[in-house]
Design a protein around this ligand. Structure first.
Ligand SMILES: Cc1cc2nc3c(=O)[nH]c(=O)nc-3n(C[C@H](O)[C@H](O)[C@H](O)COP(=O)(O)OP(=O)(O)OC[C@H]3O[C@@H](n4cnc5c(N)ncnc54)[C@H](O)[C@@H]3O)c2cc1C
Length: 458
């Protein structure tokens, strides 16, 4: 995959702006909006979307406890309930609100009531000019980060799944065997893609709605890329081919689609589904002194930089220590400079000229460096780049969990979320996380039949 028009911003006689170079006035406005949205949430307008909180008593038992009703948790819980198991979802956050329902409100989600508001440790690399807004965003509400993300639908590249197979030596993780989970969970509404040669790689009857960005401005951008000799394709997701294309999004009829709002409401009348909001699991009887590795993905698809996430203390209320490590490997910086130089070529196309597209020097820190040179872009990137938060690998398959997603050596405990992907995927990871959860539910149900309740070796 290369990119979609949603990634680019038209610049007309003003500085290239990023979400990070916000002025104090903009930040203050965002905070005011967040206060207004939090007040609005008190009306609990979507309170009936999900089940009411279950009245849990000591000694209540359930077939499965799912910690976190986020992207993966909602899928696993739903599939287990459909298979007649009783499931309690323990979710730290509450209901999502309008700020996640309407895609245009995405700016107001970060550092809000539905965000864990984690911060990253400062380092000498990434985000040197960012005083506010450089920290990660992680959803804290039913639906998890599906409520706070940028809604891009992607799957990574088939070769990414080959790497999982190489690590696990389990062919069920190969791309051709994972495809059915993507088809099962995707409900794409786009005739052009579905009737194309790539249609067979997409689902049109699955659970989560997906649409293609069909704005005219996208077509214009794509034409500009064609003019500078790039390949434009109908779809770069299904078959994993390279080329520019309009993006697919987790958006339907103007509203965001999440796994929770797609999988859980149809089960609201099912007595086997239990849900508790504002409930944080603080202890799992599981010893692990390992510092897991945070695999990071910046703008390039396969970064070499690695970060770390560690416990700050044994107090579950304390934020973890997050060191992103972004750009700590020089090659990543050079790769992103290449990507920028590739992108700015469209400035000189007829489309760029007609729209007065102009990239301007905005990074104060880089004054004195000749604009447009590699050195300038290196400086600019270190100054203002933000991450797209496709973190994975903290509970990697083959390291922390086995191929059945059991924590290795621990009975009756599995991890099913984005953290189990052992390598960075070449794209956004919500859809792969949903596919993973679909697969996990199948594994759990089959293991139950076979009385397999314990993680063994890798
Ligand atoms: C800003 C941002 C932009 C992104 N953009 C995209 C994009 O455009 N496209 C894409 O595909 N992906 C994107 N992603 C990534 C994608 O959204 C996530 O990788 C995916 O949602 C992760 O799913 P998950 O199930 O692992 O975790 P989550 O969806 O985050 O779910 C975890 C849930 O567990 C709950 N929880 C955590 N700890 C506890 C506890 N102790 N007790 C109870 N509950 C707990 C949380 O509150 C949360 O609801 C983005 C992510 C972010 C943050």
């Amino acid at each position: 995959m290369k990119s979609s028009c949603g990634r680019f911003r038209k610049v007309q006689n003003r500085a290239m702006s990023t979400s990070t170079s916000r002025t104090s006035a903009q930040i203050s406005y965002i905070k005011q909006m967040q206060v207004a949205l939090a007040a609005f949430a008190l009306l609990n307008l979507n309170g009936s979307l999900y089940k009411k909180d279950a009245n849990i008593q000591d000694r209540d038992t359930f077939d499965y406890l799912v910690v976190g009703g986020g992207t993966a948790g909602a899928v696993v819980a739903a599939r287990l309930v459909e298979a007649n198991f009783s499931v309690l979802i323990i979710e730290a956050g509450g209901n999502p609100g309008v700020e996640s329902h309407y895609p245009g409100f995405v700016t107001y989600v970060k550092n809000s009531r539905i965000d864990w508001n984690f911060t990253t440790e400062p380092d000498d690399f990434f985000g040197q000019c960012l005083k506010e807004g450089s920290g990660p965003s992680t959803g804290k509400a039913i639906g998890g980060s599906g409520n706070t993300n940028y809604m891009l639908y992607s799957r990574g590249n088939p070769r990414d799944y080959e790497k999982i197979y190489e690590i696990t030596e389990d062919s069920t993780w190969k791309w051709e065997n994972m495809l059915k989970y993507f088809l099962r969970s995707e409900r794409l509404d786009d005739e052009e893609v579905l009737s194309s040669a790539f249609g067979e790689y997409h689902g049109s009857n699955g659970t989560i709605g997906v649409t293609k960005d069909n704005r005219e401005i996208c077509d214009e951008y794509l034409r500009a890329f064609e003019e500078v000799g790039e390949d434009v394709v109908v779809d770069n997701i299904g078959a994993g081919i390279l080329g520019y294309s309009s993006g697919l999004y987790h958006i339907v009829d103007g509203h965001r689609t999440t796994s929770s709002e797609s999988y859980l409401p149809p089960l609201n009348d099912n007595p086997n589904l239990y849900l508790t909001r504002h409930s944080t699991a603080t202890k799992i009887l599981f010893d692990d002194n390992n510092n897991a590795v945070l695999w990071s993905n910046i703008n390039v698809l396969y970064p070499k930089s690695r970060g770390e996430i560690r416990l700050r203390s044994l107090d579950p209320e304390d934020q973890p220590i997050i060191e992103t490590g972004y750009f700590s490997d020089d090659q990543d910086l050079e790769d992103v400079v290449d990507a920028v130089l590739d992108l700015i070529k469209i400035e000189s196309t007829p489309f760029g000229q007609d729209n007065a597209l102009e990239f301007l020097p905005v990074a104060e820190m880089c004054r004195g460096i000749e604009f447009g040179t590699r050195e300038y872009w290196r400086c600019h990137l270190l100054c203002v780049t933000v991450a797209t938060w496709r973190d994975a690998g903290t509970c990697a398959i083959g390291d922390v969990v086995d191929t059945h997603l059991f924590v290795i050596g621990v009975k009756r405990l599995r991890v099913v979320d984005a953290s189990v992907f052992p390598n960075a995927l070449g794209g956004a990871i919500l859809a792969p996380t949903v596919a993973l959860a679909e697969k996990a539910a199948e594994i759990i149900i089959a293991d139950r039949k076979n009385h397999n309740m314990c993680g063994g070796k890798k």
